[in-house]
Ligand binder design. Structure first.
Ligand code: ATP
Ligand code: SF4
Ligand code: MG
Length: 321
């Protein structure tokens, strides 16, 4: 693994209109993903993980802040530069079935990005597709098949092959295990790790499945109501979660059988998630936190370093440190 930063996100925010109100989906998030590193992202449903994933690869522009990939600012890049950068920045979604075009073959689906980016001659593309199918554990014989002839695990492999077609440096994986059986999940995880090691691919791996996140990630970040409230190297976060939300989230996830945790959107902490329209002042978690102090109701805690490479946004931790 390299320590060279590939993706550098600085203070990005994104809000959406909801009727006359606005939802802060992502609020002042900063993070870095090194080349060949997996950054795991966890948090309850609606905490902003998918929005952050889209912002990270320039699929969506933030309202504020910067996103740099290989030093190029995706927010201010020209459309031509952004198009070139998109080759390095790919995303795989949960629902492979609907992400693929069901009217054309598996090979045509994988070929599409090569055609869009005008890469290679027709025969070079065909060779590349054969190589990609084998790289993800399928065979050239799967190329002519139609998507509805493949299993869920095979379809997810096709999505990964398609995402790899342009030789990306970063893959955002948004809940890609959720629809798969446990044994197939394990195969996909081992494929992702193999690709990281051999192709030096970096991932933003979004999942409700904590054991999958722990297995793959060198760093894990925790989101709550659009904010990154804690991030740390995996071992440090698992052994010493600092933020009360991280602790509660980990306890909740561990309470749920793995197969259910992988399928269910997480809304399982006690107390309701505050409305995204009427977010709490001060610490966003204070309405559910067992450690709430007076300051938590008025002053937002800053995300600061609380251990080696370990960062948390919590007044109680800051007071103890
Ligand atoms: N295109 C959009 N238009 C309006 N609101 C949106 C849009 N995308 C996301 N949101 C809102 O932004 C918030 C964050 O959504 P997001 O999908 O990023 O959460 P998430 O953490 O990925 O949730 P889940 O775990 O359920 O996938 C939610 O309140 C959601 O309703
Ligand atoms: S800042 Fe206060 S309310 Fe927020 S997590 Fe820490 S102790 Fe709880
Ligand atoms: Mg999501």
């Amino acid at each position: 693994m390299s320590d060279r930063p590939f993706l550098q996100i600085q203070q990005i925010s994104k809000s959406f209109a909801l009727g006359k109100a606005r939802i802060d989906a992502v609020r002042a998030v900063s993070m870095t993903i090194a080349e060949g590193e997996t950054f795991g992202l966890v948090g309850e449903s609606g905490s902003g993980k998918s929005t952050l994933g889209r912002l990270a690869i320039g699929l969506m522009k933030p309202d504020a802040g910067s996103v740099r990939a290989s030093g190029v600012d995706l927010v201010t890049a020209s459309p031509a530069k952004l198009r070139e950068m998109r080759k390095s920045l790919q995303i795989v979604f949960q629902d492979a079935q609907s992400a693929l075009n069901g009217r054309v073959s598996v090979a045509s689906n994988i070929m599409e990005p090569l055609v869009i980016h005008n890469q290679g001659t027709p025969s070079e593309r065909l060779r590349r597709i054969g190589g990609l199918l084998e790289r993800v554990g399928l065979t050239a014989a799967h190329g002519p098949a139609m998507p509805d002839e493949l299993s869920g695990g095979q379809l997810q492999r096709v999505m990964i092959a398609r995402a790899l077609a342009l030789g990306p440096k970063l893959l955002v994986c948004d809940e890609i295990l959720s629809a798969l059986d446990l044994s197939v999940q394990a195969q996909v995880l081992s494929l992702l790790e193999d690709l990281r090691l051999t192709e030096h691919l970096a991932y933003l791996f979004i999942s409700h499945n904590l054991s999958a996140v722990s297995y793959l990630s060198q760093v894990i970040g925790v989101m709550y109501l659009g904010e990154l409230v804690e991030w740390a190297p995996t071992k440090s976060l698992l052994e010493k979660p600092g933020h009360p939300y991280t602790k509660a989230l980990f306890d909740s996830i561990l309470d749920v059988p793995e197969s259910k945790a992988a399928r269910k959107p997480l809304t399982i902490l006690p107390g309701d998630i505050p409305s995204v329209i009427d977010r709490p002042k001060g610490c966003p978690f204070h309405t559910r936190c067992p450690l709430t102090m007076d300051i938590c109701r008025t002053v937002p805690p800053q995300l600061v370093q609380v251990g080696e490479h370990h960062h948390a946004a919590c007044h109680a931790i800051h007071a103890a440190g």
